[in-house]
Design a protein around this ligand. Sequence first.
Ligand code: FAD
Length: 503
Amino acid sequence: MATTSQKKTSAQKVYDTFIVGAGISGLAAAIKLKKEGYHDFKIIEKASRVGGTWRENTYPGCGCDVPSSLYSYSFALSSKWSHLFARQPEILSYLESVSEEFNIASLIEFDNALENASWDESRHLWVLDTQKGQYLAKTVIFATGPITESQIPKLPGLDTFKGEMFHSAKWNHDFDLTGKRVAVIGTGASAIQFIPQIQPKVKELFVFQRTAPWVLPKPDMPLNETSKQVIDKLPIIQRGWRKAVAGSLTAINVGLRNPGLLKPVGAAAKQLLKVQVKDKALRKAVTPDFTLGCKRILFANNYYPALQADNTKLIPHGLVQVEGNTVIAANGERHEVDVIIWGTGFDVSHPPIGKKIINAAGQRVSDLWKDSSPEAYLGATLENVPNAFLVLGPNVLVYDSFITLAESQLNYIIDGLKKMKSKGFSRFEIKSDVIKAHNEKVQKHLQTTVFNSGGCKSYYLDQNGRNFAAWPWSLATLKKRLLSFDLADYDVAYEAQRSRSAA
Ligand SMILES: Cc1cc2nc3c(=O)[nH]c(=O)nc-3n(C[C@H](O)[C@H](O)[C@H](O)COP(=O)(O)OP(=O)(O)OC[C@H]3O[C@@H](n4cnc5c(N)ncnc54)[C@H](O)[C@@H]3O)c2cc1C
């Protein structure tokens, strides 16, 4: 195996920008850079296709829970969606077609993972060691994804399980579930999408629910050829539809920041539960005990019916132990199963990119995030990590499309790169007092939001109960803050200063 030094390329070209990852964010970064006339960038992707989340998650029923009019790029609206809420295969092919249409696919070096990114203070450069060689770049955009690390709890006896076992994000399509006894662990966003798909096939389905989620009806419907043609011919309809969806999500966001306002929605959801779930004991078991919005609100029309099927049993407790093929719930209930499917979500509070970055102080960033989750400025820049940006970093999550959030952040990032070029500085780093004051304010304002006060344990909170994910204000405020890369927030240095200090 080649060592890092053996892999060094002789030319040692210095790129203006290096993009890591070709999911939604990395693709948008490349497209926006090109649009602004930047061509001196490289983009690498560890997999052999674009798509990130939508390439990895292929479980039955996988799809977006934000209407596709909004879950699509502002610069590449599509009239081809099969439903109001698109399914995973079509989102993946949409991303592939966008990457072709904007001539990005040919720029991506696939099957090449970033292994190490170290800041070289003497040259004001990033040294990027990848599987395929070493690169140098003045700036880096880490577009490596917010929700990537599937988590499986370490339970006693798990190693004694002799059946088939996989996580929803690594679905084993070669394994036929027909006629099998299946335990699904978890009732989060992925589980409520795949449970209705597998229930008709399996012999017995045991659904382990630690916390009952809020599930609202999904206002979904198929789009026939005529609707697609109308949308295609009249882009104004598409824009209007997008605006209407954005407007309703803005209303939800107001409620998330003012939980009192969500009470009527919670009451309506409970009423719906009454209509959809006839059995009183089951209804009680699936009624959430926290304020709506504290965890991500889920939308499904087929979840409660699947729970009421004859072959399904809801176990309103977590799985705590496995003994051979017996799965044991927290209340002691035991069931024999052939398959365990983990719908246990993702570890989002320790972004894996931290393991790859060595900051200006020579520290591995993941070491700094070990006992707490990351802090960034506007989710984009990190203390002690000069000339680098994260996309979809901490505390920018607003209840909206992640694509909108990524695009807004990229406007900020590209404004920073433009200022770097026009003003001629070779190094920028977020000021310590600015990032500190920003995060203190973020944390203070999060206290009254439903995420912090709604009485639930969600993936927004890290192991210390700190909310590292949500943005406490409106999307409009976030967008406004991301309009301009304000140089007053950054320490900047010029080439001449670098040369003097290096001498
Ligand atoms: C099941 C699921 C459903 C979701 N549904 C929605 C939804 O309905 N609405 C919504 O708004 N959001 C949803 N999300 C969030 C979703 O992650 C974002 O919407 C979006 O896809 C993030 O795109 P990204 O490009 O930032 O990250 P990703 O899609 O994760 O892409 C990151 C890319 O970086 C690559 N990469 C990572 N590390 C390296 C490395 N070291 N070297 C090279 N390449 C690397 C990865 O291979 C990947 O291709 C969902 C997430 C999941 C998991």
